[in-house]
Design a protein around this ligand. Structure first.
Ligand code: CDP
Length: 156
C-alpha cells in the first residue's frame, strides 16, 4: 500500500507541475512598405491548410522576442526587426500538452530586415493588403488579432 501511495503522490505531483506549465507562443505580423502583411499557410497537423502569422513556441527560459526572431529565421529564412507589441490571445487547449488557459499567443509587428523569404515549414507565404485579411481561412487563435493588424496597416 505504501508503494502504491508513493506512486500516486508522484503522479499527482507530476500532474500539478504540468498544470502550471505555460506554453507561450509568439507570432509576427511582418509588414512591407506597400501596406501589406505576410501570412503563412500551415502545411501539417490538425491546422493544416489554415493561415497564420508566422511564429511558434517559446523555449523554456527564452525571451519572447528572441523566440520571435528565431522562429522567423527557422520558418522563413529571414532576419526580422520587431517594432511593437500588437496583441495577445488565450490559447485554451489549443497547444498540445499545455494546460487549458495556460497558453497565450503574443503577436508583435515588425519588418523583414535581411535575407530572402522561403517557406521552410509552410506550404505558402503571401503578402496581403488590409481588405484581403478577413476572407482568409485563419487558424482560430489568430483571427481576434485581425482588427489590430488592419488598424496597423492603415496607419503605416
Ligand atoms: O514552430 P513550433 O513547433 O514551435 O510551433 P508551431 O507548431 O508553429 O505552433 C505551436 C502552436 O501554436 C500551434 O499548434 C498553434 O496552435 C499555435 N499558434 C497559433 O495559435 N498562432 C500562430 N500564429 C502560431 C502558432
Amino acid at each position: 500500500v505504501r508503494a502504491m501511495q508513493a506512486h500516486l503522490d508522484a503522479y499527482a505531483a507530476a500532474a500539478a507541475e504540468r498544470a502550471l506549465e505555460v506554453t507561450q507562443v509568439v507570432g509576427a505580423a511582418l509588414v512591407d512598405d506597400r501596406r501589406r502583411v505576410l501570412v503563412a499557410r500551415r502545411g501539417s497537423g490538425p491546422l493544416a491548410g489554415l493561415w497564420e502569422f508566422p511564429g511558434g513556441k517559446v523555449e523554456p527560459g527564452e525571451p519572447d522576442l528572441d523566440a520571435l526572431v528565431r522562429e522567423c529565421r527557422e520558418e522563413l529564412g529571414v532576419a526580422i526587426t520587431p517594432h511593437a507589441f500588437l496583441g495577445e490571445v488565450p490559447l485554451d487547449g489549443v497547444v498540445a500538452g499545455g494546460a487549458p488557459g495556460a497558453s497565450t499567443l503574443r503577436v508583435w509587428w515588425g519588418r523583414v530586415t535581411g535575407g530572402e523569404l522561403v517557406a521552410h515549414e509552410h506550404t505558402e507565404l503571401r503578402w496581403v493588403v488590409e481588405d484581403e485579411l478577413e476572407e482568409l481561412d485563419w487558424i482560430p487563435a489568430d483571427r481576434p488579432l485581425l482588427p489590430a493588424v488592419r488598424a496597423l496597416l492603415t496607419r503605416l
